[in-house]
Design a protein around this ligand. Structure first.
Ligand SMILES: [Zn+2]
Length: 253
């Protein structure tokens, strides 16, 4: 499933010209805006999407650069507004030092660097980090490894809790590191769950776990599939929406 659905605006484009995918910058409302442009032969209209990755333009193969830029300028107000909204939602960059805050199952937890011979463990709203080095990159690597281990045991526990209710056997669980997918279920019965999920609240983790387990019964998104999900999580729609709109707030940059 997609991490979130970006805000979209569909626009018609008429010009005829072919080109390769590009990264561009355009002066919009007085400030330079970076964007990525992806052309597709099947696409009929140009659409803009704005999310945590910035402005992305999807255009028909034949759309000219000039025409695309004219459309961007025409909608400069909407684009600037959306980009500003995303900017305001972006958490400050993590510096990976004592006092830095990460999220564990939705809770804010402060990092406290401790000697490398100590133990990395959570105590209440603090995570004691026994990193080999106080360098940000070393601390980040250490904390992420710890989060991954925690994610694995948490996901396995939740899957074991929900599998009987869904009438499926406990699957083999693997952690994924995907950028845009929370989970994935393979026909072989293996379930991949994104380790980043461990940062989000338990309701959202449970929704992804149940969603992927339900695929062991229905490998599609048919009505039958959603009925299985609803039997176990009657409020799944609310969780699904929250996953799209809220989850990114909990994630490390
Ligand atoms: Zn699915």
């Amino acid at each position: 499933m997609a991490a979130r659905r970006p805000a979209q605006l569909e626009l018609p484009v008429a010009s005829v010209r072919t080109d390769a995918p590009i990264r561009g910058t355009l002066l919009l409302a007085g400030s330079p805006i970076d964007y990525t442009l992806k052309r597709s032969r099947r696409r009929r209209a140009t659409s803009f999407a704005i999310d945590e990755r910035g402005l992305r333009v999807a255009a028909p193969w034949s759309a000219s650069q000039q025409h695309i830029e004219a459309l961007l300028l025409e909608h400069a107000g909407w684009i600037s507004r959306k980009l500003a909204q995303w900017e305001a939602r972006r958490p400050p960059a993590l510096t990976w030092e004592t006092g830095s805050v990460i999220r564990i199952v939705g809770d804010p937890v402060q990092l406290v660097l401790c000697p490398a011979n100590g133990r990395t463990e959570r105590q209440g709203d603090q995570l004691y980090v026994a990193s080999d080095s106080p360098e940000a990159s070393a601390v980040a690597k250490h904390v992420i490894a710890w989060l991954r281990a925690m994610a694995m045991s948490w996901f396995e526990r939740r899957a074991a809790d929900y599998a009987p209710a869904l009438g499926v056997r406990m699957p083999l669980i693997r952690l994924s590191n995907a950028r845009t997918r929370w989970g994935c279920c393979y026909p072989t019965g293996r379930v991949h769950l994104n380790w980043r999920l461990i940062q989000t609240p338990s309701e959202l983790i449970d929704y992804v776990v149940v969603h992927e387990l339900a695929h062991l019964r229905e490998p599609n998104h048919s009505q039958r599939f959603w009925r299985h999900v609803a039997e176990v999580l009657p409020d799944y729609e609310q969780r699904r929406r929250a996953l799209r709109t809220e989850a990114h707030r909990y994630l490390l940059a």
